[in-house]
Design a protein around this ligand. Structure first.
Ligand SMILES: Nc1ncnc2c1ncn2[C@@H]1O[C@H](COP(=O)(O)OP(=O)(O)OP(=O)(O)O)[C@@H](O)[C@H]1O
Ligand SMILES: [Mg+2]
Length: 228
């Protein structure tokens, strides 16, 4: 069975002119359908403003489609109540961002263990997992440092570790190499794909870079609000 089945998705935003209070509709996604299988990595490509981040947020249960449905393991996301949604986001989804979003006043270890603390897990066991994950991401010797003491590539590897620490089923990565140079991007991508395969999770990754997209199993392009 597929992990995600999205069909006939539409997403509109409304923006209000602060002077005239006139409301204008922006049609971002128009009739998008696709599936993501278990253990599969899918790259999403498309020009700036075409709705890639909007799509990731809908998959992550942060935004809802204006019409159409997203099914996760057969269950309709928009049918979840607030508590179910919170559990979905916390236990099934990992998010990685272009700008890492690490908490600057916490060490890498503290950043990585945070999702376990929020999930009220046993600290000792969680710490062991953080150390194992940091080794897998080759930042084992950096976990007692603060984000400002790490390179961009190391910060992104720490952010990937934080996103994966609770073994989500789906990793959503929004331009994860967008702030990195070509060589560092390649290193981070290789680690990301290896760890995704090793943990047997699915991944949806947004990128502008065809070489990065080619590291994934499949590429989906968005154009004029539709997938190709
Ligand atoms: N909350 C919002 N309210 C109104 N319009 C929005 C909102 N969020 C996004 N948009 C608009 O929707 C469109 C798609 O935005 P989105 O961030 O999904 O694009 P994107 O493909 O991720 O772009 P980029 O490659 O630049 O990150 C843009 O025109 C954006 O201005
Ligand atoms: Mg975006």
């Amino acid at each position: 069975m597929n992990l995600i089945h999205a069909y006939n998705l539409e997403k509109h935003y409304y923006i209000e002119n602060p002077m005239t209070l006139e409301r204008k509709r922006i049609d971002v996604i128009n009739d998008v359908s696709f599936q993501i299988n278990k253990n599969e990595s899918v790259a999403i490509m498309g020009k700036s403003g075409c709705g890639k981040t909007t799509l990731l947020k809908m998959l992550g249960g942060i935004l809802f489609p204006t019409s159409g449905e997203i099914r996760y393991k057969g269950e309709i996301l928009s049918g979840y109540n607030n508590e179910q949604l919170e559990i979905y986001r916390r236990t099934q989804i990992g998010f990685v961002f272009q700008d890492y979003k690490l908490l600057e006043n916490m060490t890498i270890k503290e950043n990585m263990i945070l999702p376990c603390i929020l999930d009220h897990q046993d600290i000792e066991k969680a710490l062991e997992r953080v150390e194992t994950m940091a080794e897998m991401l080759q930042i084992g010797d950096r976990i007692d440092h603060y984000p400002c003491e790490l390179s961009g590539g190391e910060k992104q590897r720490a952010a990937i570790g934080r996103a994966l620490i609770n073994f989500p089923s789906l990793l959503l990565a929004d331009e994860p190499t967008g702030n990195l140079d070509t060589q560092t991007s390649k290193i981070v991508m290789d680690l990301l794909i290896n760890i995704q395969k090793e943990l047997k999770i699915s991944m949806v990754l947004v990128t502008h870079d065809k070489e990065i997209a080619d590291c994934c199993d499949r590429i989906v392009s968005i154009m004029d609000g539709k997938t190709y």
